[in-house]
Design a protein around this ligand. Structure first.
Ligand code: HEM
Length: 469
């Protein structure tokens, strides 16, 4: 088939700034409109950036899985290096592959099983402090919960008493990273006396101090904790071990420097809590709006998490990882919630070498966007795409669904390393909270998407709690 040098179809405006402002104002609306109007491959310019929007599962699979070497992560992520350094999310090429090889086994489903107890323990503790009839911002609660879980799992560090302070430092860094996406923010970053710049540097210093202290402490101790930090410090690249001629081979070959461990820990921290917190927030919002689904969920939880005693009475019990295979409806609820509100709503790639896609040739230097949000709402794959229907996820349905029509965790060598961790955490936290509490969005709560790096509820999510007897 001959390759076209033409651009794929796409929106054009007489005023070039209009598209940029539409994209910045509401990127999800803009990308959805473009995909609906122009199909599987479309093209538009954002200022000087040439963007190709790919909205076809087979083409997405080709890009993420088979041809991944032809791409780098999107340009915007480079800015995140200030906070994440050369961790898994931001590093590239051979260095990334080596780090991924080192860290992947730590996230194997069998390895992370032991973190299930941390997840339920932290969720139980959080709800112990909740009161019947109380109104809480569930998004804030979920952020605190998932931050606590990731800190304990990665660092064996109980952050409960400092959760608000660390959470605040992380929020400052995240907000600042967003500010750096814009050229003016980058210029202002060179002026350290400005309050926002000073605040961001102070927050970063606080986080660094915490992580470095824990690394130093752990290196100096013989104790083997079962946390991810111990495993990161022990992780060795066998390939490098065998090839190294260094006199230090025995002790240091392939081992990560403290700076590298810091970068990986900070990356896992950031990547591993906000995504899950948002996924859980949207799930509880959807349950509040779909009470028939909530009833079905309660039925499953009440059946599976109830013990029959010898005297015929019944007692509720805490959920454990052994229950997960039987919590099938809970899993469907979480899956369907991440379809409607994918916590990572788009994946970007930078084209390194000219690339053929369908009948088009994409020149090097262009950007590619693949949006989970747009794909997950595509009626070609999901009937009644805007409705919350966990029951759609039958085995039969999953088998026939093209792989990349549903991809909340991306895929391939850059796909989410914490996917099994996130599934386990999502199911255990939903089961723990929904077993005891009904949550109802308060009538005054405005619900609007905030598509930053993750998909947040712009105005939080205030909900009223009702204790389930
Ligand atoms: C519901 C929760 C989560 C979602 C939806 C999610 C989604 C994603 C997606 C889509 C990517 C790929 C981005 C790309 O290809 O550009 C990714 C990468 C990553 N995720 Fe997650 N994630 C979640 C939870 C977690 C957790 C719990 C951890 C760690 C404990 C984690 C750690 C990472 C890391 C380190 C990467 C970078 C992998 C690499 O480039 O090699 N994520 N995640």
């Amino acid at each position: 088939m001959s390759q076209s040098t033409q651009y794929p179809p796409g929106p054009e405006y007489k005023m070039p700034g209009k598209l940029v402002s539409e994209f910045i104002g509401d990127p999800i609306k803009m990308l959805t409109k473009v995909a609906q109007q122009y199909g599987d491959i479309s093209f538009f310019k954002l200022g000087r950036e040439h963007v190709y929007l790919i909205n076809n599962p087979d083409l997405i699979e080709k890009i993420l899985i088979y041809d991944h070497r032809n791409f780098k992560k999107g340009k915007r992520l480079q800015i995140a290096k200030g906070l994440l350094g050369e961790g898994l999310v931001t590093s590239e090429g051979e260095f990334h592959n080596r780090q991924r090889r080192l860290i992947q086994p730590i996230f194997h489903p069998k390895q992370i099983r032991s973190y299930g107890d941390i997840m339920t323990d932290y969720a139980e503790r959080m709800t112990d402090s909740w009161g019947d009839g109380e109104v809480l911002d569930i998004n804030r609660e979920m952020m605190e919960l998932t931050l606590g879980i990731i800190c304990k799992s990665v660092l064996n560090y109980d952050i409960t008493s400092e959760a608000q302070q660390v959470g605040k430092a992380l929020t400052t860094c995240r907000t600042y990273s967003k500010r750096l996406q814009n050229p003016i923010g980058q210029v202002l970053d060179k002026v350290p006396i400005l309050p926002k710049v000073r605040g961001a540097r102070k927050a970063m210093k606080e986080l660094n101090t915490l992580v470095y202290e824990l690394i130093t402490d752990r290196r100096s101790k013989e104790i083997e904790y079962g946390d991810l930090l111990t495993r990161l410090l022990r992780a060795q690249d066998t390939e490098i071990d065998h090839n190294s001629n260094s006199a230090n081979t025995e002790n240091f070959a392939g081992r990560m420097s403290d700076k590298q461990v810091r970068d990986e820990v900070m990356t896992i921290f950031i990547a591993g809590h906000e995504t899950t917190a948002n996924a859980l927030t949207w799930t509880f919002y959807l349950l509040s709006e779909n009470q028939d689904v909530e009833r079905q969920l309660h039925e499953e939880l009440d059946t599976i998490l109830t013990n029959r005693n010898n005297d015929g009475t019944r007692t509720r019990r805490i959920v454990s990882t052994d229950d997960i295979p039987r919590l099938q409806y809970t899993e469907k609820v979480f899956r369907e919630s991440m379809r409607l509100y994918p916590p990572v709503w788009t994946i970007g790639r930078y084209v390194e070498n000219d690339y053929s896609v369908g009948e088009y040739q994409i020149p090097s230097g262009s950007s590619i966007l693949m949006s989970q949000f747009v794909m997950h709402h595509d009626p070609r794959y999901f009937e009644e795409p805007n409705r919350f229907i966990p029951d759609r996820w039958t085995e039969e349905f999953k088998i026939h669904l093209p792989r990349f029509s549903y991809f909340p965790f991306g895929g391939g060598i850059r796909g989410c390393i914490g996917e099994s961790f996130a599934w386990m955490e999502g199911i255990l936290v939903i089961a723990t909270l929904a077993r005891k509490w009904e949550m109802r969005k308060v009538p005054t709560q405005r619900v609007k998407l905030d598509p930053a790096i993750t998909l947040r509820p712009r105005y939080g999510m205030k909900m009223k709690l009702k204790f389930r007897n």
